[in-house]
Design a protein around this ligand. Structure first.
Ligand SMILES: Nc1ncnc2c1ncn2[C@@H]1O[C@H](COP(=O)(O)OP(=O)(O)O)[C@@H](O)[C@H]1O
Ligand SMILES: Nc1ccn([C@H]2C[C@H](O)[C@@H](COP(=O)(O)OP(=O)(O)O)O2)c(=O)n1
Length: 236
């Protein structure tokens, strides 16, 4: 076993709102600990991409559910190179467009879709447990619905201001007033829509809150590593 790897198949669950840093922090934690990494938001984005690709109106709840049940999705869980493939096509970039970001809540609030993707997420996590690789899974309902039995459960938060500024820098390369305004729908409206079906603003019992508002990325990764260590013990 390489230095930094944990001695057992640890499951770390991280939830939080858009721009709280889930994806980058979860990847950093997975890399530091030698664990696999599952971006469950990417699965909802891939489902949205697939439905639009098949010309299915997202308001057609049953048709969307049927498409997602048959979704030929393969998630690559290496935190150094996470991949998302649909029917053999690498959709890693296509699922991050503004079009998908604006549309994804319509799919994520479809309860039959949540049941199907939740089932697939549990299967990925169970495989990581069985094979001994361990995993960091992040999203909106991992600590509460998908893996409430995870060894470590973290709610990653950040102020609205910090989240808008981060997304503006990421998408527009600046966090000036116009860029923040242009990002508002993608972050706040989407979180409000998503909140109608999952709770990711308040930590459930046993879930540790990490507030990243005043931390940089490296400090936030370290804060989550500290939580992992406090629960499963120091790395060998
Ligand atoms: N603690 C942090 N401090 C500053 N920037 C951060 C922090 N965490 C994440 N970021 C940056 O903010 C942006 C959004 O992070 P991301 O991981 O995509 O968040 P989420 O998955 O929660 O939407 C990225 O550009 C990322 O590098
Ligand atoms: N476990 C999850 C993960 C994501 N979602 C939804 C919520 C979001 O609108 C979309 C996309 O999630 P993603 O984590 O990629 O979004 P952000 O990077 O936080 O902006 O999927 C969900 O409902 N449940």
């Amino acid at each position: 076993m390489e230095t930094g790897e944990l001695s057992k198949a640890v499951v770390v669950a991280i939830d939080g709102p858009s721009g709280s840093g889930k994806s980058s922090v979860a990847r950093g934690v997975a890399r530091a600990l030698g664990l696999a990494y599952l971006d469950t938001g990417a699965m909802y984005r891939a489902a949205t991409w697939w439905c639009l690709h098949q010309d299915v109106p997202l308001t057609e709840v049953d048709e969307v559910a049927a498409q997602v049940e048959a979704l030929p999705l393969v998630m690559g869980t290496d935190p150094a190179h996470p991949t998302v493939r649909v029917d053999g096509t690498d959709v890693g970039e296509a699922i991050r467009t503004t079009e998908i970001s604006a549309a994804v809540s319509a799919v994520a609030t479809n309860l039959a879709v949540r049941a199907e993707l939740g089932r697939r997420q549990r299967a990925e996590i169970e495989t990581a447990r069985q094979t001994g690789s361990g995993i960091v899974a992040e999203g909106r309902d991992i600590t509460t619905v998908v893996a409430p039995d995870a060894d470590v459960r973290v709610l990653l938060t950040a102020s609205e201001e910090a989240r808008l500024a981060r997304r503006a820098r990421e998408v527009h390369g600046t966090d000036d007033a116009a860029a923040v305004e242009a990002t508002r729908d993608q972050v706040l409206r989407r979180d409000a829509d998503d909140s109608t079906v999952v709770e990711f603003h308040v930590a459930a019992d046993g879930v540790v809150t990490v507030d990243s508002s005043d931390l940089d990325l490296e400090q936030t990764v370290q804060a989550v590593l500290d939580v992992v260590e406090s629960v499963v013990g120091p790395r060998p």
